[in-house]
Ligand binder design. Sequence first.
Ligand code: PA5
Length: 424
Amino acid sequence: MITFETAHAYLSEDVKSYQKEVTRLHEQLMNKTGKGSDYVGWVEWPNAYDKEEFARIKKAAAVIAKQCDVFLVCGIGGSYLGARAAIETINGLYADKQPEVIFIGNTFSSTYIMQVLNYIKDKEVVVNVISKSGTTTETALAFRLLKQFMEKKYGKAEAAKRIYATTDKNKGTLKTIADKEGYETFAIPDDIGGRFSVITAVGLLPIAVAGIDIDALMEGTRKAYQDLADPNLEKNPAYAYAVARRILEKQGKCAEMLVSYEFQMSSFAEWWKQLFGESEGKDGRGILPCSAVFSTDLHSLGQFIQDGNKMLFETLLMVDKPQQDMIFPEDKDNADGMNYLAGKSLDYVNKMACKGTLEAHEITGKVPNLMITIPELNAESFGYVCYFFFRAVAMSVYLQDSNPFDQPGVEVYKKNMFRLLGKN
Ligand code: PA5
C-alpha cells in the first residue's frame, strides 16, 4: 500500500548492509526484549484491540454527532495530535461536516482559550477530555474551565452526559473525577504511550465523531502489520526508511523535513514531528523533525533548502490520487498567459511542481530526498501510514541504541514552570 524509495545515489552505505542488525532489533521489538518494552502494546494492537470498547466508541460517536454543533477535544501532545491529523487529512480543511471538532487543552494561551469559550457559548457542545496521566497542566486547566462552562450551561446532570473522559483504566486524577461525576470513560492502554495512541480510544473517538470510518482505519493498521511482518529490508519499507535515516545522519544530516504537496496533511506532519522528535531526541542524538507543505513553502523555505546549510534531507510524503481534481480551463483572451495549462488537471500541475522541485533540490542542491507514496488519503491509508511510521520510528531509535518510548526531557520545563507558579 505504501511505496518507499531511498535516495540510493545519495547514501554513503548500502541499506541492505544493516540487515543483520535490523533483524536482531525486529526480534527484540516483537519479543518485547528491547529498550522500553513496557510500551510496545501498539505493536499487536491492530489485532488485539479491545473490540467491546471499540463498539462503545462507535455508539458514543453516533450519539455525540447528533447531540452537538461543536465537539471539543481537550488534550495535548499524543492526546490530540493524532486525532487532528486524521480529521484534517481525511476530511480536508473545509469539510462541511457536523459537528465541528475544536481542539483545546493544548495551550496556555489566554487569548486562544477565551476565543474558544466565546465561540461555543451559544452552541450545543460535547467535550472529550483526554489525558493518560490525568494531570497534564494545559489539559487540566482548560478542562476545569470547560467543566464549569458545561455545568453552568446544562446543569450538572446533563453536563455529565455530555462529557466523555479518555484516560487510564483504573487510576489517576481524571479517572477519579470521571467516576465521581459519572462521565462515560474510555481507556488508554497502560502499554501504549501518547504518541502511539491515535489508534486507541484517544484518537478513535474524535475521529469517529468527525464521521470517519474507524473500521477502515483499523483495517489499514492490520494491513500494515501484515505487510511489515518481515524484517527483510527488501520487503519492509518502514525498516528501509529507518536505516536510510540513520545513514543520512552519519553523513551529517541532522534535520529531516517531511514534505507534503497537500495542505490537508499539515497536521499529519505535526503528529509525525511528535512521534519522531519525542522518540528519538535523546542521549544527545536524533534527527530534528521539521516539515513543509510545497509548493507553498518553497516561497519561504525554498531558498534555504536550495542554497543554504546542507544539514537537512527531505522525506516526501506523496499521494498518488488526489481526493478532488479539475481540469484547468482555457481563457479566450489569455491575458494572464496561463493557457499553457489549459486542459491539464490541477493535480498534474502539482505533480510537475514536485518533479521539478525534486530535481532542483536533489540534483542541483544536493539535498537527499527519500520518498514515501500513499495511494490516496482515506481512513484505511491513514491507519496504514500511522502504523508504518510507528514501526519506522521504533527501528530508527533502536538503531540509535536509545529507548524510543520514553520522554524524560519533557519534564524539565514542567518542573521550572511549577516552581514559578508556586505548585507544591
Ligand atoms: O507522548 C507523550 O507522552 C506526550 O506528548 C503526552 O501525550 C502529552 O504530554 C499528554 O499527556 P497526557 O495524556 O498524560 O495528558
